[in-house]
Design a protein around this ligand. Structure first.
Ligand code: URA
Length: 460
C-alpha cells in the first residue's frame, strides 16, 4: 500500500495521480490521508507507453470533490481517474457507485460555497492605524475558503476585510489576498451595540403568521445561526410564534404597527443595516424622507451615485426628471414621502466611475423589511411605484410595467399602488422616444394628482 499525504492543492493531487498512473499503481494499492506519517514514494514509471485520457468533465468534478472534507475523497477520485482510462463514458453512468458518490460530494461542496456567500456577516473593526477593517467568522464544512476568496474580493473590492475560519483565514488589503492558518473563534466578534439594535429590529418585524419553520431551516440551517446576530433570536421567536399569532388575530393587527415616534430608531436601524452585502460598497444607507403624514409615498429602485454620497433620495439626474414630472402634474414634491425599494447603492467600479447595477430579487426582498416598516409608519393612501424594482419591493412579485400602469391596484394594506416607469428610463431612451416616454410618465403622475384630489384634505 502506498500511503500519501493529502496535497495542499488540487494541482498537487493531479500530479500525484498522473505519476501513480505512470508507475501503474492501481487504486487498491493507494491511499491518501491527513497525517504526516504518510508520504510514501509513488515509485518509478514503468516505462510502458501509457497515455492519460480523461474527459474535461472529470477535471471540473475532481476540482470540486477535492474541496470536500471527506477523508476518502482522494481515493475515490483516483479510483474514478483509473477507471476512466478504460471507460471514457464512466461519468455518464448514473448508477455507478463511485459516480453517485462523487456527485453527492460535489453537491455538498457547492451548498457549502453558497452558504458561505450568503451567511458571512462582517463586523467593522479598526486597524492599528484607525482604518476600518471588516472581520467575519464562518465555519465551513469543507475546504472551500480559498475557492470562495474571488467572490468576496469582487463583492467587497473597496474594503479591507478578513474572513476567519477554523480551516483557513483569508485577508484582503484592497490589492492582494493573503492567507493564514485557521484559528479558533475570537471571543468578541459578534458582540456590539449595532448588533443589539439589529436584533431588536429583527424581532419587531418577525411575523409569526408567515412563519414556515421547515423552509426557514432549509434555507438557513441552524448551525450558521450562531454567527448571525439576528438568528440568535430565532428559537425564542419560533417558540413564541403561535401565541403571538393568536394574539395578532385577536387584536386584528400586526404587532409591529409603527408610529412616527418610531422613526429615529427605524432610520438608525436602516443606517446600520448589514442584512445583505450591498452595505459594504455603498457610502451609506439612504432611507426615505418627507412628511410622516404624507398621503403619497413615491418609491424608486435604489439610491444612485449622487444619492449615495448625499444620503438623500432622488437628488441626482433621475431626481430632476422626477421633479419635472411632478411639477407638470401639479404635485408638490414636499408633500410626498420619497424612498427606495433598496437602501444601498449597488454598483460596479470601473476606474473612478461607479456604474449602477440593478439589485437582484434577493436583495430587493431582503430590503422589503425596511420598506414595509416605512409604509407602516407613514401609512400612505397612494404609493407610486417607479419601475419594476419598486413593484417587487411593494408586492414581492415581479410584473410588467406596461401591463400594470394606467389604473390603481389595491394592495393588501388597503393603499392604492400606481405603477409607472422609472425616471432613469426616460434618461436612457433614445432622443426620438424621450418625448413620448416623458408624456406617458406625466400622464401617470396626473392620475396620481387626480386620486390625491379625490382623497380630499390631508390626513387629520
Ligand atoms: N434612482 C432611484 O431609484 N432612487 C434614487 O433615489 C435615485 C435614483
Amino acid at each position: 500500500m502506498i500511503a500519501l499525504e493529502i496535497p495542499a492543492d488540487f494541482d498537487g493531487w493531479r500530479n500525484q495521480a498522473k505519476q501513480l498512473w505512470f508507475a501503474h499503481r492501481p487504486p487498491e494499492q493507494v491511499s491518501w490521508g491527513e497525517a504526516s506519517l504518510f508520504g510514501d514514494d509513488i515509485g518509478e514509471p514503468t516505462g510502458q507507453a501509457l497515455e492519460i485520457r480523461v474527459p474535461a468533465a472529470f477535471a471540473k468534478l475532481a476540482e470540486t470533490v477535492f474541496l470536500h472534507s471527506d477523508a476518502g475523497r482522494l481515493d475515490l477520485l483516483y479510483r474514478l481517474f483509473w477507471r476512466l482510462q478504460s471507460n471514457r463514458q464512466l461519468l455518464e453512468d448514473a448508477t455507478d457507485v463511485d459516480v453517485v458518490q462523487a456527485g453527492l460530494l460535489v453537491k455538498s461542496v457547492r451548498r457549502d460555497i453558497h452558504k458561505m456567500r450568503a451567511f458571512v456577516r462582517f463586523k467593522e473593526m479598526a486597524d492599528d492605524d484607525g482604518e476600518s477593517h471588516y472581520v467575519a467568522w464562518f465555519e465551513p464544512d469543507h475546504n472551500i475558503v480559498r475557492a470562495n476568496a474571488g467572490f468576496f474580493v469582487r463583492r467587497f473590492a473597496s474594503m479591507r476585510w478578513s474572513i476567519l475560519t477554523p480551516r483557513l483565514c483569508i485577508h484582503w488589503d484592497g490589492k492582494t489576498v493573503h492567507e493564514s492558518p485557521g484559528i479558533v473563534k475570537p471571543a468578541d466578534l459578534h458582540d456590539d451595540p449595532a448588533e443589539d439594535l439589529w436584533r431588536s429590529y429583527y424581532a419587531s418585524i418577525f411575523n409569526p403568521a408567515r412563519l414556515k419553520t421547515k423552509a426557514m431551516l432549509k434555507e438557513m440551517p441552524q448551525r450558521y445561526w450562531k454567527n448571525m446576530p439576528e438568528a440568535q433570536l430565532i428559537p425564542e421567536l419560533i417558540a413564541g410564534a403561535q401565541a403571538r399569532e393568536a394574539a395578532m388575530i385577536a387584536i386584528g393587527s400586526a404587532p409591529d404597527e409603527a408610529s412616527p415616534a418610531d422613526w429615529p430608531q427605524l432610520a438608525e436601524a436602516i443606517n446600520r443595516c448589514t442584512r445583505c452585502p450591498l452595505y459594504c460598497n455603498a457610502a451609506q444607507a439612504v432611507h426615505g424622507e418627507g412628511p410622516f403624514d404624507a398621503r403619497l409615498m413615491i418609491i424608486g429602485e435604489q439610491p444612485g451615485d449622487n444619492e449615495d454620497l448625499a444620503g438623500r433620495p432622488f437628488v441626482g439626474p433621475a431626481g430632476q426628471v422626477l421633479n419635472e414630472g411632478l411639477a407638470q402634474a401639479g404635485i408638490d414634491r414636499k408633500t410626498a414621502y420619497l424612498t427606495n425599494a433598496v437602501k444601498h447603492f449597488k454598483h460596479e467600479r470601473r476606474g473612478k466611475v461607479r456604474l449602477h447595477q440593478a439589485p437582484n430579487a434577493g436583495e430587493v426582498d431582503h430590503c422589503r423589511w425596511w420598506l414595509d416598516a416605512e409604509r407602516k409608519l407613514v401609512k400612505p393612501k397612494l404609493v407610486l411605484a417607479l419601475g419594476a424594482t419598486a413593484v417587487r419591493g411593494l408586492t414581492g412579485r415581479t410584473g410588467s410595467i406596461s401591463k400594470m400602469r394606467g389604473q390603481p391596484i389595491e394592495l393588501p394594506d388597503g393603499s392604492q399602488m400606481i405603477v409607472t416607469t422609472h425616471p432613469s428610463y426616460i434618461l436612457r431612451v433614445g432622443d426620438e422616444q424621450r418625448e413620448k416616454a416623458m408624456a406617458d410618465f406625466v400622464a401617470d403622475l396626473k392620475m396620481v394628482a387626480g386620486l390625491l384630489k379625490q382623497l380630499g384634505n390631508p390626513k387629520p
